[in-house]
Design a protein around this ligand. Structure first.
Ligand SMILES: Cc1cc2nc3c(=O)[nH]c(=O)nc-3n(C[C@H](O)[C@H](O)[C@H](O)COP(=O)(O)O)c2cc1C
Length: 230
C-alpha cells in the first residue's frame, strides 16, 4: 500500500506523531511532505490553472512532486494542527493550488479509487472545522472514502499528552488502520453523496462555461456514460 502524508506544519509535534502512527499501522511505503518546508507558495489568483491549464501555474515545478505523490498513493493523509479553528495557513495554501482538481473543474480520475484521512489536533477545540477544511478538498477531488480523526490533546507538544490520552489515540488509530486495510482489499465504490455531486457537475459541464473543463469531461467520456470509479 502506498501512503502519502501531507503535514500542514514542518515541526514534529502531536499532529505529526499521530499521522505517522496511523500510517505505520496501515503499513506500506510512506512518503511525507512538510509544509511550508516542501511547498511554500501562496496561490496568486491568476486563475491560469482553471482557464489555461495547471501545467502553466507559476508554482507548477514546486507543486509537481506533491501532485505525483498524491496520484500514486492508495491512501492520502492530510494532517494539520488546529490554528484558530482551521487548518494551518500552509495547508490552506497548498489546497488552494488544487482548486482546478475540484469536481466543478477537472477532477483527477485516480482520486475516485483512493482512501483519504484527515487528522487534526487541538489544545481544546476546533478539530471538527479543521478536519472539515481538509475533507472538503478530499471530497471535491473525488476521494470516495474519507475518515476524520480529531484529538483535543490538552497539550502543546506530543510529550505533553497524558498517558491516558495517548492510549485513546492508539486505540483510535488502530481501529481506523484496520478499516483502511480491510477496505483496500476490494473496490471502493463511491457513496450516494459523491455520485450525486458528480451528477450535478456532469450537468454543469454539459451546459458548461469553461472550455478547458468541458473538453476534459468530454475527452474522459464522463458527459456520456463513462464514470471515473468504474
Ligand atoms: C497559531 C495557533 C493557533 C491555535 N489555535 C487553536 C485553536 O483554535 N483551538 C485549540 O484548541 N488549540 C489551538 N492551538 C493549539 C494547537 O492546536 C495544539 O496545541 C495542537 O495540538 C498543536 O499540534 P502540534 O503539536 O502538531 O503542533 C493553536 C496553536 C497555534 C500555534
Amino acid at each position: 500500500m502506498k501512503i502519502v502524508i501531507i503535514h500542514g506544519q514542518s515541526h514534529k509535534g502531536s499532529t505529526y506523531h499521530i499521522a505517522r502512527n496511523l500510517a505505520e499501522k496501515i503499513g506500506g511505503d510512506i512518503q511525507e511532505f512538510f509544509l511550508p518546508k516542501d511547498f511554500d507558495e501562496f496561490c496568486i489568483g491568476c486563475t491560469t490553472c482553471f482557464v489555461k491549464g495547471e501545467e502553466q501555474c507559476p508554482h507548477q515545478a514546486k507543486l509537481q512532486p506533491i501532485t505525483e505523490a498524491l496520484d500514486m498513493a492508495d491512501v492520502i493523509i492530510l494532517a494539520s494542527p488546529v490554528y484558530v479553528f482551521h487548518v494551518t495557513g500552509a495547508m490552506k495554501a497548498l489546497l488552494d493550488h488544487y482548486g482546478y482538481r475540484w469536481m466543478a473543474h477537472r477532477p483527477e480520475e485516480k482520486m475516485f479509487k483512493k482512501q483519504g484521512v484527515c487528522i487534526s489536533t487541538a489544545a481544546g477545540a476546533g478539530t471538527k472545522s479543521t478536519n472539515q477544511d481538509m475533507a472538503h478538498s478530499l471530497f471535491n477531488w473525488g476521494v470516495p472514502r474519507i475518515y476524520k480523526l480529531g484529538f483535543a490533546v490538552a497539550a502543546t507538544s506530543y510529550d505533553g499528552i497524558s498517558p491516558k490520552k495517548k492510549q485513546a489515540i492508539e486505540k483510535k488509530t488502530e481501529k481506523i488502520a484496520n478499516k483502511i486495510k480491510k477496505a483496500s482489499q476490494k473496490r471502493i465504490n463511491p457513496n450516494l453523496k459523491l455520485r450525486g455531486m458528480f451528477a450535478i457537475m456532469r450537468m454543469v459541464q454539459i451546459h458548461g462555461w469553461n472550455p478547458k473543463d468541458m473538453d476534459y469531461w468530454n475527452e474522459k467520456g464522463w458527459t456520456k456514460d463513462k464514470r471515473p470509479w468504474r
